[in-house]
Write a protein that binds this ligand. Sequence first.
Ligand SMILES: [Zn+2]
Length: 86
Amino acid sequence: MDIDTLEDLAKELKNDENENVLALFEEYAKINNIKEEELEQILSKKYDCFKCESCDKFYCYDEYSFFDEKCIYCCDTDSDAEDEEY
Ligand SMILES: [Zn+2]
């Protein structure tokens, strides 16, 4: 698939049919010479695309908990993975 803009990227990242969204994200950052942290911020601020720190997937605002920095699904399924920070 072709990803030309951040809007495209956000769309692809939130697409359930894409399996390796983290790779997409990393590749975009690399190609465009943006730090991953920076890219994450841009996506969350402008494109309604939030990275879950727990399952490494991307969600829109409605499916993401700022407080936990996780998607609502990870918050629901109790947190054994809580200590897996990186
Ligand atoms: Zn999650």
